[in-house]
Design a protein. Structure first.
Length: 271
């Protein structure tokens, strides 16, 4: 099976498996900066994994909304674009795709650095780390990237290297449903692909806003699971971007991606 077909499975079906992992890995106590898993460039990366990722991804900054950011991604020129999926040894590589919601968030932050400048930022479900990288480039005072896949964490470090920056703190535990962390801004892209996960996000983000007055920005290209969820009534459209042709082809007809501000009303259940 070509990776293009595999990628379609990631897009349409295998996210259900990832959603189960997010739901099962309950968060622990409240996270703070000093307790996060912080990997230093090169030092703590497994050499075998580093070599595999470097050999089987392509460094690219084209075909996406943020040419300023270089990333290691799976592209048609990579071996695993056409290899059998089962030969990839590290689980489904969601992080190796620059999803359109993340692209919109990253573009918005780069174009509007005042949104993050001098602020603490949590990039939830960070994947390749592009939005966290954009936040660092735009002057955020603190950035934490969160993903449940340890290989994603390693890929983020490689992507930091590509963009000539020290790696930001990375945590690979599920922090959804944990105590609300004190962040100035939470950004999350392409996370609303499962109803139960979306419900958990909705409730947890509400807590963060209620307790810490956290600002929340969500990137999504308008997938059905997102538009049909009750959270959609609590969103304010910030900006819409037309997707480059390459990204349109990757995402089977999606033509644009939107940044939303999450503004739950006071009437919502805050328990």
């Amino acid at each position: 099976m070509a990776f293009h077909g595999w990628r379609l499975l990631l897009l349409l079906g295998r996210q259900n498996a990832l959603a189960k992992v997010w739901r099962s890995r309950r968060g622990g106590p409240s996270l703070c900066w000093k307790r996060c898993c912080h990997w230093s460039t090169g030092k703590s990366l497994d050499p075998e994994v580093r070599a595999f990722l470097e050999e089987n991804t392509e460094v690219t900054n084209s075909g996406h909304l943020t040419p300023e950011i270089r990333l290691r991604l799976l592209t048609p020129r990579c071996r695993f674009w056409r290899e059998k999926p089962d030969l990839w040894p590290y689980g489904d590589p969601f992080w190796a795709i620059y999803w359109p919601g993340g692209q919109a968030l990253s573009r918005y932050i780069l174009d509007n650095p005042q949104v993050v400048k001098g602020r603490s930022v949590l990039d939830l479900g960070s994947g390749c780390g592009a939005t966290a990288i954009a936040a660092v480039m735009s002057g955020a005072s603190q950035v934490l990237a969160n993903d449940i896949d340890p290989i994603a964490g390693m890929a983020m470090i490689l992507n930091c290297e590509l963009n000539h920056m020290n790696p930001f703190p990375i945590t690979i535990k599920n922090i959804i449903n944990s105590e609300a962390g004190k962040w100035d801004l939470i950004v999350l892209g392409d996370m609303f692909y499962d109803e139960q996960l979306a419900d958990g996000l909705h409730h947890w983000l509400q807590k963060c806003i209620r307790i810490h007055q956290t600002e929340v920005l969500i990137g999504d290209p308008g997938r059905h699971q997102f538009l049909s969820h009750s959270i959609h009534s609590q969103l304010h459209k910030v900006i819409e971007y037309s997707l480059p042709e390459y990204t349109r082809q990757e995402n089977h007809g999606l033509t644009s991606s939107i940044v939303w501000s999450y503004q739950p009303s006071n009437s919502l259940d805050n328990s």
